[in-house]
Design a protein around this ligand. Structure first.
Ligand code: PA5
Length: 395
């Protein structure tokens, strides 16, 4: 179950006129949203696709020791963030998945090649455009290793997730006959959690039906998502240009990376937007905590609180998660007293249903926020500029 508090540690910072006029725009914003041709992520996925994903996940689990997922940005962050949250910190026994493709570090790739030498592995290369440099370089290097190790069944070891009809990866699939999945035209990278880009790697270790069920439960949160967008926008109007996402579980740190991409790429256009950043507590209270409490007053925060833990550690007759949450409550009060507005989202438990509902909530809210800023929420022209520059200099 999810609960939202966008008032207790916020109110003094919001201008009532701003708030009321933005709330009054709700129908207009929803209308723009519903008429967008990039909201394929709100549509139900088919049983046929779910079965294909489950069969392919079984095939990978039954035939290999390890899957290497190659992708970057929206083609990796959703499943990576999810996977990180639900693995054990130590002695994790889930099927091994390595996420590569996010770096051009020679050290990383060289050491990955050495590691994979002794592994019976397969690849899932994920790119909607099929032309992303980091993905392509990693794919080429790892495919060369596969060719050397397994010349006889190379084609079975490559699974491609890309555009339905176009791009270099689709052309390669058509030529070689690799198993492939589609990223639909009406879904952009950061909104693609409900596509095979994320669902295939996740189906290997998690219950796909539960992921899908939780995700669509997020549809009920439309009012809360709109209110979150409005409150953030009001804070922006008061000079709060930075939103800090605070988590109290180290394994949620990549969830905040996913949030940063979602909001950063959606809102950061035309000189507008709220800059998303994150801290993991209590660790960062001993570093960035100083700036947040006492520094430049451009920050507001969104705390993600997990009310109950499934692990039990006792300290002086109290449960450690209770202490962790007591710290969270105290930090909100302290930061609020330092003129930092604090919003709160509570999960009764860290489980698949809550997290996938929350992802849908954030996607809705990011899109609504784009419309409140008067910008197109579903493109990312800024990212394309750097990609073009790199292509030019590599010629
Ligand atoms: O959100 C986006 O569109 C980007 O972050 C892309 O997902 C990222 O650049 C990777 O693109 P592609 O899937 O085309 O390789």
């Amino acid at each position: 179950m999810l609960k939202f508090d966008f008032t207790t540690y916020v109110n003094n910072f919001i201008n009532d006129n701003d708030y009321n006029s933005l709330i009054a725009k709700k129908e207009e914003v929803l209308d723009k949203f519903n008429h967008s041709n990039m909201i394929g992520w709100t549509k139900e996925i088919s049983e046929e696709l779910k079965n294909d994903l489950k069969d392919t996940a079984n095939y990978i689990r039954n035939n290999y020791d390890c899957l290497v997922v190659i992708g970057i940005g929206g083609s990796f962050l959703g499943s990576y963030a999810f996977d990180k949250m639900f693995r054990k910190y130590f002695n994790d026994s889930k099927f091994e998945i390595i996420y590569a493709g996010t770096t051009l570090s020679s050290k990383y790739l060289d050491e990955l090649l050495e590691y994979l030498n002794d592994k019976n592995f397969c690849l899932n290369v994920i790119s909607k455009s099929g032309s992303t440099m980091e993905t392509n370089i990693t794919y080429k290097v790892l495919k060369d290793l596969l060719k050397r190790k397994y010349p006889e069944d190379l084609n079975k070891r490559i699974i491609v997730t890309t555009d339905k009809d176009k791009g270099p990866l689709r052309e390669e699939v058509n030529e070689k006959g690799y198993k492939s999945f589609e990223i639909p035209d009406d879904i952009g990278g950061r909104y693609s959690f409900i596509t095979p880009a994320h669902l295939l790697p996740l189906s290997i270790n998690y219950d796909l039906d539960e992921i899908v069920k939780g995700y669509y439960k997020g549809k009920r949160l439309i009012d809360e998502a709109y209110q979150y967008a409005v409150v953030r926008h009001c804070l922006f109007k008061q000079g709060k240009y930075v939103e800090n996402y605070c988590v109290y579980e180290e394994n949620m740190s990549y969830f905040t990376e996913w949030l940063k991409q979602l909001f950063g790429e959606t809102e950061g256009k035309n000189g507008l937007g709220i800059y998303p950043t994150s801290t993991v507590h209590t660790r960062d209270l001993h570093s960035l905590g100083q700036f947040i409490q006492d520094g430049n007053k451009i920050i507001f925060e969104t705390f993600i609180k997990v009310e109950n833990s499934s692990n039990y550690v006792e300290y002086n007759g109290r449960e450690l998660n209770e202490i962790n949450n007591l710290v969270l409550d105290s930090v909100m009060r302290a930061h609020f007293s330092g003129k930092v507005p604090c919003l709160e989202i509570k999960l009764d438990k860290l489980n698949i249903i809550n997290i996938t509902s929350l992802m849908y909530f954030f996607m809705l809210s990011a899109a609504f926020s784009g419309y409140l800023f008067g910008i197109e929420p579903f493109d990312q022209p800024g990212v394309e500029i750097y990609k073009k520059e790199v292509r030019e200099s590599l010629k």
